[in-house]
Design a binder for this molecule. Structure first.
Ligand code: ADP
Ligand code: ZN
Length: 712
């Protein structure tokens, strides 16, 4: 290879199909090529792998990648091979015979990259590593070396030996999460010499951030169902606090007709592998999981993440939401946060080894959840970054909370706490405020105190939300080690005495409406939906990708990411050379899959043209004054097809007078049904909502009219 053909940007295009490097990737690559040590801090999805994969292609010898995550190794090896790059992994999953073959390939310099676990690497120093020509050690998940990191792995500390045995080989340590102490620990334990440190922005502007507070279990479920319905057929993960929660959540969601799997450490390895592979291959859309899931999941088209409970730190939270939108397309995230979570997590933190660090981390997490300023700013400042402007892509930015004078509300609550001798927890307090007659209250005489029933006009949910705010503002504390009873603070006493005004944030009643909507929903089957031509093309490309993935025994996203498919829909390439210009299509894949995709796109375009022709025929007949039935008969097509043609013609403004197609009252009925269903445009639920009174075709027409007129 001549010099130009080894240049990092040439290799980037040839092997990965990308035109430009992301910030710092090129500098990192050059550092490795200059044989210098480095530490890379880059968020999940930031593009760490290319930083050592390109040096592997640009130099003689093999890059040894040390990673603790078996699934990730397999995934990366598959992805590299799919791009025509010789790579392999040495793990406990292979037979001795297979290992022998791979070792031979290593020794004879046949591999550009070797992935290996830390234990294995250390065991193989003499038999294998010393006999290889190693161009670079890439140590992935480097934070595992530090006790301060959240994922300490003792055998990582022995990697300190690498520098001793291979002083000439540069080391690149990579991690997505490392605070300052962990960072220093990585540098010293690996004995990096004059390392260059690269910290890229942790900002992931494509991820939307939102938080919902203080919901009960049922409300939470409804809110999750509503969220998922707004992301039809998209991949997502629901993180749950415990195995039981995960099982239960999966169960509930599957009753709503979603395709769901469960993943937690209590399942057998086989079960876990099956679920993981079903998810990776888009055979199931949703995984309900404990945090055990996701380490090493490289699925690039995860579109959303829900935390059904609060994580224990912002590091964990950020890493978990980071699994969405790795392809750079939009990803939505939603965090649920309740007092119950705080109680439980405080207990865990109190019992852990590093109590004060963990309690501190938890309170930072809590501050984030309670934030009334741009959440991304809080998140980034935690990772030591500042941004100049509010992000515009978090719930606070989109819906800035409005405040009101909540002094009276706060006084009622604080007074009730005092009058019950500061010996009640939050739920009992709310019941007292709302005047419940349950036994515990009458037995303890709480129905006799002055504030009993003083807050009956505020719903349980709202009280919960207000009390959370008050806790956060420091008017009372919760005795976590003492049955979580509430104690008024000195600040709280000032409020009680009328010396301090309390500002509370208004809580949106929208959520409450959502629960009602979801609760009323009978079925959730999405058989018929209105897809645009481009959406149809996208779906058909997905199907083609799946067909190829099955044939090649690869996860679908390794064949092509969603981002590539999106660009194919946009550009509709009908020649291989146009196809290979799409970002993310390298030379190898263009040669291998180009013809198939191009043929497919051509065929789809032809169908579209035909469909266009038949819409025109409908239009011609309609203009002669024929009704739907007559058109259907004369063209020998179904009436639903005629209606869908008419709907299309209405959308395109070709038909403006629809009296003969649909009655006004029918349009209004459809509009009301849609409103009742919370804005869905899926035909089946609307049809059901109307008890079948209006046929599918007409519903389709009504939607076109309502949309065009801006009524939905
Ligand atoms: P990390 O290991 O940091 O979590 P990856 O290396 O898996 O992230 O990269 C995430 C995604 O970004 C992958 O799909 C990768 O192909 C893509 N990517 C990386 N670098 C670039 C680039 N320069 N241009 C376009 N896409 C890139
Ligand atoms: Zn924001």
């Amino acid at each position: 290879m001549n010099n130009e053909n080894c240049s990092p940007s040439f290799l980037l295009k040839k092997y990965f199909g990308y035109d430009t490097f992301r910030p710092q990737q090129q500098e990192i690559i050059e550092t490795a090529l200059n044989k210098q040590d480095s530490l890379i801090l880059m968020p999940t999805g930031g593009g760490k792998s290319l930083c050592y994969q390109i040096p592997a292609l640009a130099t003689k010898g093999t890059v040894v990648v040390i990673s603790p995550l078996l699934a990730l190794m397999k995934d990366q090896v598959d992805a590299l091979r799919a791009n025509g790059i010789p790579a392999a992994s040495l793990t406990s999953m292979q037979s001795d015979a297979e290992c022998e073959i791979i070792k031979n390939q290593c020794i004879y310099g046949k591999l550009k990259l070797l992935y290996i676990s830390p234990e294995r690497a250390l065991n193989e120093i003499d038999y294998l590593l010393r006999r290889m020509d190693i161009s670079l050690f890439a140590i992935d998940e480097a934070h595992c070396i530090s006790q301060w990191g959240h994922d300490f792995r003792p055998n990582y500390t022995e990697l300190s030996k690498l520098k001793q045995f291979f002083p000439e080989v540069p080391i690149m340590a990579l991690t997505a999460t490392a605070d300052k102490i962990t960072r220093a620990d990585i540098l010293s334990q690996l004995h990096l010499s004059a390392p260059k440190i690269f910290i890229t922005s942790f900002d992931r502007p494509n991820l939307s951030l939102s938080v919902k507070k203080g919901l009960n279990k049922k409300q939470k479920l409804f809110s999750i169902v509503d969220f998922i319905e707004k992301h039809p057929r998209q991949s997502g993960i629901v993180y749950c606090l415990s195995r039981n929660n995960a099982e239960e959540m999966a169960n509930e969601l599957s009753q709503y007709g979603f395709s769901v799997g469960v993943y937690h450490a209590g399942l057998s390895l086989d079960e876990r592998e099956k679920t993981q592979s079903d998810f990776l291959n888009d055979r199931i859309d949703i995984i309900c999981a404990t945090i055990a899931f996701g380490m090493g999941i490289d699925k690039s088209n995860v579109r959303w993440i829900i935390h059904s409970n609060m994580p224990k730190s912002l590091e964990c939270y950020y890493q978990e939401i980071g699994r969405a939108g790795r392809d750079g397309l939009k990803g939505d995230t939603l965090l649920f946060y309740s007092l119950g979570d705080i109680v439980l997590l405080s207990k865990f933190a109190g019992e852990s080894k590093q109590t004060s660090i963990n309690i501190d981390k938890l309170s930072r997490m809590q501050n984030y959840a309670e934030a009334s300023v741009c959440r991304r700013r809080i998140l980034l400042s935690y990772f030591g970054e500042t941004i100049e402007k509010d992000c515009g892509n978090c719930d606070v930015c989109k819906n800035p909370p409005s405040r009101f004078d909540g002094t009276l509300i706060a006084q009622k609550a604080l007074s009730a706490i005092v009058r019950t001798d500061q010996s009640v927890g939050i739920n009992l307090l709310i019941d007292i405020l709302r005047g419940s007659k349950r036994i515990e209250i009458t037995e303890r005489g709480y129905d006799k105190i002055k504030t009993f029933g003083a807050g009956a006009d505020v719903s349980h949910t709202l009280w919960n939300a207000y009390l959370l705010q008050m806790l956060q503002l420091g008017y009372f504390e919760m005795a976590y080690n003492h049955s979580n009873v509430l104690k008024v603070t000195s600040l709280g006493w000032k409020v009680l005495k009328g010396e301090l005004r309390v500002d509370l944030c208004k809580v949106s009643e929208d959520d409450i409406k959502t629960y009602k909507k979801v609760a009323n929903r009978r079925s959730h089957v999405q058989e018929i939906s209105l897809l645009s031509d481009d959406e149809n093309l996208f779906e058909s490309l997905k199907a083609l990708r799946l067909k190829i993935a099955v044939r090649e025994d690869l996860p679908a996203y390794i064949v092509f990411t969603d981002k590539v498919l999106t660009e194919l829909v946009e550009k509709k390439p009908v020649s291989i050379s146009d196809f290979s210009r799409v970002s993310g299509v390298g030379e190898h894949k263009a040669n291998k899959y180009g013809a198939e995709f191009v043929e497919h796109i051509k065929k789809e375009l032809k169908i579209k043209r035909k469909k266009g022709d038949s819409i025109l025929k409908t239009f011609d007949l309609w203009r002669t004054g024929m009704n739907v039935l007559q058109i259907a008969e004369s063209l020998k097509i179904q009436t639903t097809t005629v209606y869908s043609h008419l709907a299309q013609l209405i959308t395109e403004n070709k038909i403006n007078n629809y009296n003969t197609i649909i009655a006004d009252y029918e349009i209004v009925s459809v509009k009301n049904a849609i409103a009742k269903l919370g804005g869905t445009e899926l035909l089946k639920p609307i049809y059901d909502q109307l008890d079948g009174a209006i046929e599918y075709g007409k519903i389709r027409v009504a939607i076109s009219i309502l949309k065009k007129d801006g009524r939905i």
